[in-house]
Design a protein around this ligand. Structure first.
Ligand SMILES: N=c1c2ncn([C@@H]3O[C@H](COP(=O)(O)OP(=O)(O)OP(=O)(O)O)[C@@H](O)[C@H]3O)c2ncn1[C@@H]1O[C@H](COP(=O)(O)O)[C@@H](O)[C@H]1O
Length: 133
């Protein structure tokens, strides 16, 4: 498995590339060019908001179960790989949802970058103080 020391070089570009593919499929589906019988991405877009959002719930649950299994298996390589596979499915379906709502992974990255250096504890306390929670 990758460690944080040698990781994130291709993270942004890989997500951006996959998002491009997904957006192209979305647009092609709308134009009647991408066929839900041969494109899983087009099939998801054919299901609309509810079908796409339901899939995120399913994939999130499968990811949680895979993580629990990996822990019980002592983080064996086989179970770690299954966990990675489920998390990949979840990320992929999140990219579909972003595309459906005309957003991009870059929007999420920018949001996370904006949060860098702000403790979640501090942020939550500030929200409470402002009466937002
Ligand atoms: N990265 C992915 C990707 N990850 C996961 N999946 C699909 O997501 C599905 C995961 O859902 P499940 O585990 O629930 O499997 P399932 O049993 O088939 O689904 P259900 O019957 O439960 O709905 C599987 O069918 C996977 O093949 C993906 N399908 C496509 N991509 C990318 O999208 C591109 C375009 O794909 P197409 O639109 O199919 O050409 C591909 O080239 C890939 O790069």
């Amino acid at each position: 498995m990758t460690s944080s020391a040698n990781s994130s070089k291709n993270l942004d570009s890989a997500l951006a590339h996959l998002a491009d593919v997904v957006d192209q499929r979305r647009d092609a589906f709308k134009l009647g060019i991408a066929d839900p019988k041969t494109s899983y991405t087009a099939l998801l877009f054919s299901k609309g908001d509810d079908g796409i959002l339901k899939k995120i719930g399913e994939e999130a649950t499968e990811t949680v179960m895979a993580a629990k299994d990996a822990r019980h298996a002592g983080l064996s390589a086989q179970h770690q790989q299954l966990f990675v596979g489920e998390m990949a499915d979840l990320w992929f379906h999140c990219l579909i949802a972003l595309s459906q709502f005309e957003l991009r992974p870059e929007d999420i990255i920018a949001e996370l970058e904006g949060r860098l250096g702000t403790s979640g504890i501090e942020e939550k306390a500030a929200r409470k103080a402002a009466g937002q929670e």
